[in-house]
Design a protein around this ligand. Structure first.
Ligand SMILES: [Zn+2]
Ligand SMILES: [Zn+2]
Ligand SMILES: [Zn+2]
Length: 325
C-alpha cells in the first residue's frame, strides 16, 4: 500500500486516515489512488468511517460500498463495528487490486458483489458460510471481531487468517470467472497448473474435512486448505500473490531497504518478473519476521515456498497482473 499526502498541507496521510492533523477531512479517490481536495464523501462515512469519495449519483456511495448489497442488522450487538472493520479491509483489498487495473474505470468487466453477514441476527445465532458463487462473495462478519479471528485461526490451525486474507481469497474466486471469460487459454493452462476446476467440489471438500490434509502438502500447496480442490489452490495461491506484492510495496513505501533492493521508486505492482517479486518479498518477509520477534509478535509471513508452490505463484501473478501465464 502506498503512503499518501494530505492535499491541503502535504503532511503524510495513511490509507485509512479520516482526518489530517491540519484539520482537513481526508477523502480517498480510488481512480486517482490518492487523497483529493474537496471530494464528496461517501454516504457511509458517518456510519462506518468510510473515507472514500462518493461516486454513485443515486446512492452517494463510494465504489467499494456500492459493491456491498447486503449489510448486517446494525441494531443487533456489535454488528455496526464488525461491518465497519470488514469494509475497511475490503477497501484496502480493492484499492490494491486497482494497481493492476481491476475494478477501475478502465476495467470493462463486472465487479464482485458482497453480502456482509453477521451470525448475530434478530432471529438468534445464524451460521454464515464464507464463499463465492456467480459473482457474489459472502463474508462472515464474525471474524471481523479480533478475538473471534484469533479463536478461529487457532481452532483451524491456520498460520494467517485475517479479514484482508478472506477478501483476497474470495475475490480470487471471482477473478477466476473473469479470467475464464476474458482469456481463451486460461482454463487449459489453469488445469495444467492447479488441476481440474470441474472436479466435484462438494465431494472434494467432504474428503478434505474427513481425511485432512495430505502429509506432504507443503511440497505442493501453499496452505493445507489449498489441497482441497483446484479452485481453493487457485484462491489461496492468488491471495498469497496479493499478500506478497502488497507486503513488498508497503515496505518500500515505508522506506525499508534491503541490500537486494535499494530503489525507493520500486513499484511492486509494476514488477513484471514474478520470480524477482516473490524472492524479494520473501526476503522482506524474513527480515520483518525478525523485527516482529523483537517484541514477541508472531511472524508477519510464516510461509515457505516449495519449487512447485513457487511455480504456482508465478503463474497466478501473470494472470492477476493481466499479462497471462
Ligand atoms: Zn493536512
Ligand atoms: Zn464508502
Ligand atoms: Zn475458497
Amino acid at each position: 500500500m502506498r503512503i499518501y499526502a494530505c492535499p491541503n498541507c502535504k503532511a503524510t496521510a495513511y490509507f485509512s486516515n479520516q482526518r489530517c492533523m491540519c484539520g482537513n477531512t481526508l477523502v480517498y479517490d480510488p481512480e486517482r489512488d490518492g487523497f483529493v481536495p474537496n471530494g464528496q464523501t461517501c454516504a457511509n462515512r458517518a456510519q462506518i468511517g468510510c473515507n472514500w469519495v462518493a461516486e454513485q449519483a443515486d446512492t452517494g456511495l463510494c465504489r467499494s460500498c456500492a459493491m456491498t448489497e447486503v449489510v448486517p442488522d446494525i441494531e443487533q450487538g456489535d454488528n455496526l463495528s464488525l461491518w465497519a472493520r470488514a469494509e475497511a479491509s475490503k477497501r484496502w483489498v480493492i484499492a490494491t487490486l486497482g494497481r493492476w487495473g481491476w475494478f477501475t474505470d478502465a476495467d470493462e468487466g463486472p465487479s464482485p458483489r458482497f453480502h456482509l453477514l453477521s451470525e448475530d441476527t434478530a432471529q438468534g445465532h445464524t451460521p454464515v458460510m464464507m464463499g463465492h458463487q456467480n459473482g457474489l462473495v459472502t463474508i462472515n462478519l464474525a471474524e471481523a471481531d479480533p478475538i473471534e479471528e484469533v479463536r478461529r485461526r487457532e481452532a483451524l490451525s491456520e498460520r494467517l487468517r485475517t479479514m484482508t486474507a478472506h477478501f483476497r481469497h474470495e475475490i480470487a474466486h471471482f477473478l477466476f470467472e473473469r479470467l475464464a471469460v476474458s482469456d481463451p487459454e486460461f482454463l487449459t493452462k489453469f488445469t495444467e497448473v492447479f488441476g481440474d476446476p470441474q472436479a466435484d467440489y462438494g465431494a472434494a471438500l467432504k474428503r478434505h474435512y474427513a481425511k485432512g490434509t495430505p502429509a506432504n502438502w507443503n511440497s505442493r500447496f501453499i496452505t493445507p486448505y489449498a489441497s482441497a480442490h483446484a479452485h481453493e489452490d487457485w484462491a489461496e495461491t492468488s491471495a498469497h500473490v496479493m499478500h506478497l506484492t502488497d507486503m513488498l510495496d508497503s515496505a518500500v513505501e515505508a522506506g525499508l531497504m534491503l541490500p537486494t533492493l535499494n530503489n525507493l521508486k520500486y513499484d511492486a505492482y509494476a514488477e513484471t518478473s514474478a520470480k524477482a517479486l516473490i524472492e524479494t518479498a520473501g526476503a522482506y518477509g524474513l527480515a520483518l519476521n525478525h523485527v516482529n520477534r523483537s517484541i514477541g509478535q508472531d511472524d508477519i509471513y510464516p510461509f515457505v515456498h516449495s519449487p512447485t508452490v513457487q511455480d504456482k505463484l508465478l503463474r497466478a501473478h501473470g494472470w492477476l497482473r493481466g499479462s497471462g501465464a
